[in-house]
Design a binder for this molecule. Structure first.
Ligand code: DAT
Length: 172
């Protein structure tokens, strides 16, 4: 059976992991968190002194994922999307949260003032939405509100329906 690949993107803290894991458990698709994958495989290329974090080795991440992506049925979660091959994904969701909501979530995570400010600005300027629009066909890119538990439930149900329809459309 053919299964679709789904990209979940958006500013850190918008709820990609929460949605991705729940969606995986309810759809049977496989969930991959690119941040975790990079950490486990040390898929890094240097260290960013300004942002105090390792720099993702995007080519190695792509190589690492290629086989699974060509099989299908993968949900990918990452706060970036311009380095994945466009052909990998059948749909792209950009999660979005209100500033005050996002601020609280990132504060709880212990982000420092600089990192908090940068991420809130990233959300205000819809950086990930713009990146998704620049990287994928416009009709594939969908924004999802991700402020409250009801949003999560709505998003899951909506995506489950989309998956079901995609599978029907691609079975012959
Ligand atoms: P991300 O993976 O985008 O960094 P996350 O899934 O770790 O985000 O979520 C960050 C926090 O927000 C976490 O404590 C769970 C909470 N959260 C996520 N989606 C939510 C929603 N729809 N309603 C309420 N809280 C949510």
């Amino acid at each position: 059976m053919l299964l679709p690949n789904i990209l979940l993107t958006g500013t850190p803290g918008v709820g990609k992991t929460t949605l991705g894991k729940e969606l995986a458990s309810r759809s049977g698709l496989k969930y991959i968190n690119v941040g975790d994958l990079a950490r486990e495989g040390q898929l890094y290329d240097g260290y960013d002194e300004e942002y105090e974090c390792p720099i993702l080795d995007e080519d190695r991440v792509v190589d690492e994922l290629e086989n699974q992506m060509s099989e299908g049925g993968v949900i990918v979660d990452y706060h970036g999307c311009d380095f994945f091959p466009e052909r990998w994904f059948h749909i792209v969701f950009v999660l979005q949260a209100d500033n005050s909501v996002l601020y609280k979530r990132l504060e709880i995570r212990g982000y420092n003032e600089k990192k908090l400010k940068e991420n809130i600005q990233c959300e205000i300027f819809q950086v990930l939405y713009e990146e998704a629009l620049a990287s994928y066909k416009e009709e594939m890119v969908h924004q999802l509100p991700s402020n409250k538990p009801e949003d999560l439930e709505d998003n899951i149900n909506q995506i489950l329906k989309w998956i079901e329809q995609w599978i029907k459309d691609h079975s012959s």
